[in-house]
Design a protein around this ligand. Structure first.
Ligand code: HSE
Length: 436
């Protein structure tokens, strides 16, 4: 069979990784695909860098549209990132009948619905394994391996920069700023690291996971997200004393009245396998009704791991290129006419458990007042620690773990507790996920 021709857009870390991997494992890839897969056209912001990489082995185009429109290109690989130019180019490739492979989570979270509709109409595939969890084959697992299940929930550590920062704060006791600076130095952070620490990157990936798990459209704007910037070493240490680790989790869950879609720091029992995922590594825990919990672990970023996912997509597209479009794997796991309109729950309606830390005056009756406020909103305390005051100190820290409660009731209780004259400053609230 004739080789499959690939047009590569972007020669950054992942673009270079893809080029190297396709060359290094060309024989193995041909054995698996039944035909060669080769890059024939390349375009990049710097034509010079592109030329350095590919030499005379592929044509370096001055404009990316020469790639998306080249008559002899079968698949366009979009690795330029960002959303504006990437959207135009992906839509242009689709319009010209090309299949697309992309690693662009922001593009899919924001414009996935439009892109998949255009691809559907034109009868081409858009593959995006590399958009979530780098080299972890989580898209394929959700779309194919777990296809028999009704997915109950997903909880993922899907931002390496935040996980690295939290690991360093816990293991080495460094400050948030120091830990983040090191993550940036290692090259994991987004160009603007606020995307990592404010939970935006994780929210984009969660949008994609939820769409695949529940067969719903991409709904990035409905994701509740809270980052890790406000976490303190004290909270990390208290969590540890209580048998928990703090992780930035992306959680999506099928609840009775809708789908939860939320990214925030959470206390996770230290004995759960996912609590041991440290540094820049990613992990996604998926609970299916038949299979039970399954855990997918691996490098969530980096040139070679991400290229592993890009090339796997190239193989998949190659194998299905001659299949009639109706018999290919649907973009979002379910047939497009069966996408569900299940509502996304506002965060106030979410039910989970909570870690509450407050600084109070060490006086009789303080605890009783707090307990009364919680009881009035039917929030039950599961565990509590009160620290001994330091010598000469009149204030103490109280740390509580609640049973499951509704977020808006907890928010109202916190506001009432903060109004007590015996409570100093703000109450720290972190959600607790038992992941059972
Ligand atoms: N900035 C991302 C992370 C890179 O830290 O996980 C992969 O999307």
């Amino acid at each position: 069979m004739r080789p499959i021709n690939v047009g590569l857009l972007g020669v950054g870390t992942v673009g270079r990784g893809t080029w190297d991997l396709l060359s290094r494992n060309a024989g193995e890839i041909r054995r698996r695909a039944g035909r060669a897969i080769r890059v024939t056209h390349v375009a990049a912001r710097s034509a010079e860098r592109a030329r350095e990489l590919v030499g005379a082995r592929a044509r370096v185009c001055a404009h990316p549209r020469e790639v998306t429109r080249a008559a002899d290109v079968d698949i366009v690989v979009e690795l330029i990132g960002g959303t504006d130019a990437a959207r135009e180019l992906v839509l242009d490739a689709i319009a010209h009948g090309k299949h697309v492979v992309t690693a662009n989570k922001a593009l899919l979270a924001l414009y996935g619905n439009e892109i998949f509709a255009a691809a559907q109409k034109r009868g081409v595939m858009v593959a995006f394994e590399a958009s979530v969890g780098g080299g972890i084959p989580i898209v394929k697992a959700l779309r194919e391996g777990l296809a028999a299940n009704r997915i109950e929930w997903i909880a993922g550590i899907i931002n390496g920069t935040s996980n690295y920062t939290l690991t360093e704060m816990r293991e080495r006791g460094v400050s948030f700023e120091e830990a983040l600076a090191e993550a940036q130095r290692l090259g994991y952070a987004e160009a603007d690291p606020r995307m990592d620490i404010e939970g935006v990157d994780a929210a984009q990936k969660l949008t994609i996971l939820a769409a695949l798990a529940f067969g719903i459209p991409m709904q990035f704007r409905r994701v509740y997200s809270e980052g890790i910037a406000k976490l303190t070493r004290e909270d990390i240490a208290y969590a540890e004393e209580l048998g928990y680790r703090i992780k930035l989790l992306g959680i999506t869950r099928r609840a009775p009245r809708g789908i939860e879609l939320r990214v925030h720091p959470a206390l996770v029992p230290a004995r759960r396998l996912i609590a041991s995922v440290e540094g820049v590594m990613n992990a996604v825990l998926v609970k299916g009704d038949a299979v039970g919990p399954t855990l997918f672990y691996g490098a969530g970023a980096g040139g070679q791991p991400t290229a592993s996912a890009v090339v796997a997509d190239l193989l998949d597209v190659t194998r299905l290129i001659t299949a009639d479009p109706e018999h290919r794997v649907p973009h979002l796991a379910v047939q497009p006419e069966h996408l569900a309109r299940t509502p996304i729950l506002p965060i106030g309606e979410v039910e989970t458990s909570y870690y509450l830390r407050m600084r109070v005056l060490d006086r009789p009756g303080v605890l009783a007042d707090i307990a009364r406020i919680l009881a009035a909103r039917r929030i039950s305390i599961g565990a509590m620690v009160q620290k001994e005051p330091g010598a000469g100190e009149k204030q103490v820290d109280i740390v509580m773990l609640t049973h499951r409660a509704r977020e808006k009731d907890v928010a109202a209780a916190i506001a009432a507790i903060e109004r007590l004259a015996t409570v100093v400053g703000r109450v720290r609230r972190i959600r607790v996920e038992e992941l059972l």
